[in-house]
Design a binder for this molecule. Sequence first.
Ligand code: NAD
Ligand code: ZN
Length: 346
Amino acid sequence: MLKLNEVGWLEKEKPLCGPMDALVRPLAVSPCTSDIHTVWEGAIGERTDMILGHEAVGEVVETGNLVKDFKKGDRVIIPAITPDWEKVESQMGFHQHAGGMLNGWKFSNVKDGVFGELFHVNQADGNMALLPPNVSVEDAVMLSDMVPTGFHGADNAHVSYGETVAVIGIGPVGLMAVAGANLRGAARIFAVGSRQICQDVAKLYGATDTVNYKDGDIVRHILDANDKKPVDKVIIAGGNLETFEQALKIVRPAGVISNVNYLGTGDFIRISRIDWGVGMGHIAITGGLMPGGRKNMEYLSNLLKYGKLDVSHLLTHRYKGFDFIETGIFLMKDKPSDLIKPVITI
Ligand code: NAD
Ligand code: ZN
């Protein structure tokens, strides 16, 4: 039996395909930092013999008899978040939590993930999108999670034209937050990260300034560089609980701190009374799981289809063959200096 802190290979029964569901064979997958939090930090609690992975592009192998828009052989992008669309939380606008906190996140959380020879997609018509013919499976797999999560950070921050934004943490998610802030019209983007490759790629995605958090206090650095003025918005895509204290020191009154980082350890986030405007500063602190579902996937894949976003800069390590999934997981765990994101085609 495989428990927390362990990864390996398992034999499992073929998943059952319900009437609204699909079974999909992966064509390209990518391990996520969230898999690492789950296995090595136990961040979502005990899990045993659960198949990891939630980033995949695949080929439909079977569909339930109520599935209307997809058929066997279709090549599809599957978002990491596959909610139950009929639940009241979905109707209330927070489908990510349909059926309970984070319950829209099914793969490698409440059911087996995508690192299997076959995986199950609930509510296939609502939770898959056709792969545009001119988009590669490697690029498209970045649409499962990295693009929507980074963009969610920028969306929740309500970044708009001409604003100054700081993105703290520029792994693949933070880099897509930079790209999202840039597409939404930010004028100046501080990208905070230590690895040279991430800083270089951040510039390609629209960062105007890079800040190394290992070279001293990022608060002082950003305020100094910004004429002592706070930034409009802060997006957090890396760091730890202390990062919120820093973010509060660099955001303006009525600004937004938008977190998409998965807080794997620690118990409480400290909010400085003074920095939070003694409770009256109109500074919103928000944190969100990426949006799931088909329509968002279709819109985001349009950005690749029409050449508005090039995700290939994220793909530093490419492998072919199922066995390399394990290599990819350990790369994400160990984060060598030349890594942004591995992709495995099958
Ligand atoms: P990553 O580990 O590749 O990137 C995080 C970056 O933050 C790293 O480059 C690291 O050097 C940097 N960092 C660490 N400490 C820092 C500090 N004190 N200040 C600034 N930067 C610091 O991870 P990723 O794959 O880019 O994912 C980022 C986070 O988003 C992870 O926690 C991941 O689990 C989470 N995530 C959330 C969602 C969601 O839906 N909200 C989806 C996917 C991933
Ligand atoms: Zn993920």
